[in-house]
Ligand binder design. Structure first.
Ligand SMILES: *Cc1c(COP(=O)(O)O)cnc(C)c1O
Length: 360
């Protein structure tokens, strides 16, 4: 069986060894030494000024919306995981969908201004598949219209743009360390923000507003990462280079063998970006071919996923406008299996099946 991705499980003894530090300290949550160590390691690895490790990658989106005081309408992408949209609705804001760029699959910055109204307070965009949004154009629009920018960087661990971590862009950026993501702690995530005052606010928000044992600074929620998660994160982090290199090899092999297929559209990597090669999306000419390939792969015990389906503007709680590109891509896309130890033989089978269906 070949799944779309396979969670990297480090040797259990290594996890045990890190975990025993929490046992020795008698401290398994509330920002213990392991969470702090993970934060320090990630901060220097990613070259970001600040980080808060969190219990998942969804609460950071909600906390960012809250901390930035966003209200009314938030301009967002229809092509992402559902958490991007649901966080907006959960925070009592209205998602306003702007269609995606046909080459980069990220929000189409040239359509953003037309969607701005008097009630627009911010932009929440996703670096989908780790491909950066047009951060420069978005920053310009945001400054001109006095909007805040949040980037859902759930797919973007290790991605850089023009040499800087992609997490350094926007007012707030987030990441997910979910088991399916390239760097993971089982469940987990992070908040990034370079403005020290806003960072403080985000920090208090993620821990009930605590400013010491019996002192509080504003409202908060519980988004703390536990020591158990941090122990897994630290254990996995030791393998990060091999995880990145493994996925890159898989990505490049698919690319080499599929880029000439005229009937497939592949993701165009934004100029200046260094990806983490975590996903290999392919878009077919129509849904029928897409589903036919999916079935044929499944028949061979290979399980690609329809990332991301459905287009988020079609969610019943978020209905808004039509986004023809996102809607058609969502129904015609498959993400092929990518994980560090996927064999070349498996990739050959996958590529052969795709070509076989395309040639029928
Ligand atoms: C995975 C993901 C999330 C949510 O992260 P969790 O850690 O599962 O809460 C948010 N946005 C996108 C785009 C994702 O892929």
């Amino acid at each position: 069986m070949i799944p779309v991705t396979k969670t990297f499980l480090p040797p259990q003894e290594e996890y045990q060894a890190v975990l025993s530090r929490a046992w020795d300290a008698g401290w398994i949550t509330n920002r213990g030494e392991l969470v702090k160590e993970l934060e320090e390691k990630l901060k220097s690895y990613l070259e970001v000024p600040n980080i808060i490790a969190t219990t998942n990658g969804t609460l950071p989106l909600q906390i960012a919306i809250k901390a930035l005081g966003l209200t009314g309408e938030i301009i967002t992408t229809p092509f992402s995981y559902v958490a991007t949209t649901s966080s907006i609705v959960w925070e009592n804001c209205k998602p306003v969908f702007v269609d995606i760029h046909p080459d980069y699959f990220t929000i189409d910055e040239s359509r953003i201004e037309a969607a701005i109204t008097e009630s627009t307070s911010g932009i929440l965009a996703t670096h989908v598949f780790g491909n950066p949004c047009n951060v420069e154009a978005i920053e310009k629009i945001a400054n001109k219209h006095n909007l805040k920018v949040i980037y859902d960087g759930a797919h973007s661990f290790g991605v850089t743009y023009k040499g800087s971590s992609i997490f350094n862009f926007g007012d707030v950026s987030t990441c997910s360390f979910h088991a399916t993501k390239i760097f993971h702690s089982g469940e987990g995530g992070a908040i990034f923000c370079s403005d020290p005052n806003l960072f403080q606010k985000l920090y208090f928000h993620h821990n009930f507003g605590h400013d010491g044992p019996d002192k509080f600074k504003g409202i908060g929620i519980n988004a703390k990462m536990s020591e158990l998660q941090a122990a897994l994160g630290l254990t996995v982090f030791a393998y990060i280079e091999s995880l990145l290199n493994g996925r890159k090899k898989v990505f490049q092999y698919y690319n080499e063998h599929l880029f000439k297929e005229k009937r497939l559209r592949l993701l165009k990597i934004r100029y200046g970006a260094k990806l983490n090669y975590s996903y290999f999306p392919i878009i077919f000419e129509n849904e029928e071919v897409c589903l036919k390939v999916k079935l044929r792969l499944e028949y061979n015990e290979i399980f690609p996923r329809r990332y991301f389906y459905p287009s988020l503007n079609l969610m019943e709680y978020a209905v808004g406008g039509s986004c023809p590109i996102a809607e058609s891509y969502s129904s015609q896309i498959l993400c092929l299996p990518v994980y560090q130890d996927l064999s070349v033989e498996s990739q050959e089978i996958i590529i052969a099946i795709i070509k076989e269906v395309l040639n029928e």
